[in-house]
Ligand binder design. Sequence first.
Ligand code: ME8
Length: 637
Amino acid sequence: MEKTFYVTTPIYYVNAEPHIGHAYSTLAADTLNRVYQCLGYATRFQTGTDEHGEKVVQAAHKEGIEPKSYVDRISGLFRQTWSDLDIHPDRFIRTTDADHVRVVTHLLNKVYEAGDIYFSEYEGQYCLGCERFYTDRELVEDLCPDHQTKPTLVKEANYFFRMSAYQDWLIDHIKKNSEFIRPERYRNEVLSFLSEPLEDLCISRPKSRLTWGIPLPFDDRFVTYVWFDALINYLTGLDFPQGDLFPRFWPSVQHIIAKDILKPHGIYWPTMLKAAGVEPYQHLNVHGYWNMDQTKISKSLGNVIRPKDLADRFGIEAVRYFFLREMVFGLDAQFSEEAMIQRINADLANNLGNCFSRSLTMIEKYCQGVVPQTGETGPAEENLKQLARQARETVQLEAQRLAFHKALMSLWELVDEVNKYIDSQAPWALAKDPGKNPRLMTVLYHLAETLYRVSLLLFPFMPRTSLQMRQQLGLEENQGAPEWETGKNGCAIPAGTRIRKGPALFPRIETGNPKPDSTPPSRKAAAVSISETLSLEEFQKWDLRIAKVLSAERVPKSKKLVKMEVDLGEKRTLVAGIGEDYNPEELPGKTIVVVANLEPTKLMGVESRAMLLAARDEGGLKLIVPEEKILPGTRVK
Ligand code: ME8
């Protein structure tokens, strides 16, 4: 039978730009999706934007534009952000999409015909931020617990969904299915909500108050209330009720959300599905908040960090690693740049990056860059194989439970073991004794094999790094998800494979002077050391130019950085770390050499659009200058 998997994120409100809280849920869904791909499942992954409601109208009016133009713009920003982070959902859904309007209409009719929607008058405390009524019990000191604002008393006639009729069924379902809502703390929270009588759910807004929504099919004086519209997106994405996607993927659906929207997903949604005669979801996976200085990161609190900015600064892969490693799924986590730099330097540059690069260097040095045949193995190799098997089991198990941090910890333990294996086997010592050559080959083979296994297991978390490692190991034929279950020869690396050592996987970030990672190809080239060869084709990508310094000044608060205006045929700003060796005053008028086709990067907030060439020896740093005057902009060959 076909194994299927369907994962969704919340569809995000378009009243503000995407931030790292949204990015985390989307990244978690992307990672889980990739885990199931590696396990051989047919998968589907959906995210999108929630575009109806009063808040959107208000935000659009603030900008003086129509709601549709407004939602098009912000929805586009979300879509772009996921693409920038290398996240490619199978469906990016918008609640203004025509098929979604059809499915909501269909579901409303179905529940109405079943007699579970009725008309009545209601008065209650309404939070505009959450777009829902709060009971007195839910308010904290009369304030919305999420927005810390006072809700408004609203009285109006509306349509209601008879949610109370499904209370007993829901309690029973949660009790019988221990992982229906997970982790357990959120299951308990929902059960605690359900220990009090459940009120019916208001599902409409009069058009006199709001027109930006899906009209009720049975009374066009009203539009659908946001949750009864938004939650249904999960069905729309499978072409419900027709087509083959729904029967194929719905039985394995898992939602990922943060705890802010536990009640709509833990209570409204399963009861809506029950009333419509649809099976409830398989798992609701609930994570905590990303906080900064103990406060939730949120657009309403104004402390947002844009995912794209982080990715530009530190690289997509480092951002993915940090978020997945740092948060215990279910609990809150702290974001700080210092913590991020520390993880990059310790776990990525020093640990994984260094282990990989020293291993490949030794294969280059001692066996001409070709993975050797293994000789007889001993306890050290058996231990390594056993640890790799264990890591694989842990990654599979923990990642499916969304304990990404545990999965990554077990992978890094394996990398630690590889480092220990190198130190204990000391290939450099074996290389000195020709009699020990078979042993040297065995050690080098096992280094390559274990690192290959690390690269396969790393895929869901850091897909680009996984591919980069496989490329450097000479085994990149499969660009997509590696098959963990059926991996060739139990994931052994064939002897005779020619490795292609490339740039460092993760350059260290110097504190106070963060550099982007190796993502843009032009920057990768900048990290190549003298011992590594470069094809002519790669070298020709470097656009080196003669440039004349027009002006120079120190970057405030930096000892090293100097900002310069240069003429390289056009005027450019560049930032260089030469402030300890040169006084800015002595630079104007000098003719230098720069790399002109690097991706722009920001150094301490100043954008640099070229990189100068310099060399350092004991005497300090010296700029590379032409022997004689030469015209700015001339290409250096
Ligand atoms: O609630 N930490 O949209 P929304 C972690 N449209 N995750 C966070 C976060 C933080 N600080 N801030 C936001 C809505 N999130 C509705 C959903 S679904 C049918 C409708 C993430 O834009 C997290 O996934 O307010 C949270 O649940 C979601 O963004 C809320 O997004």
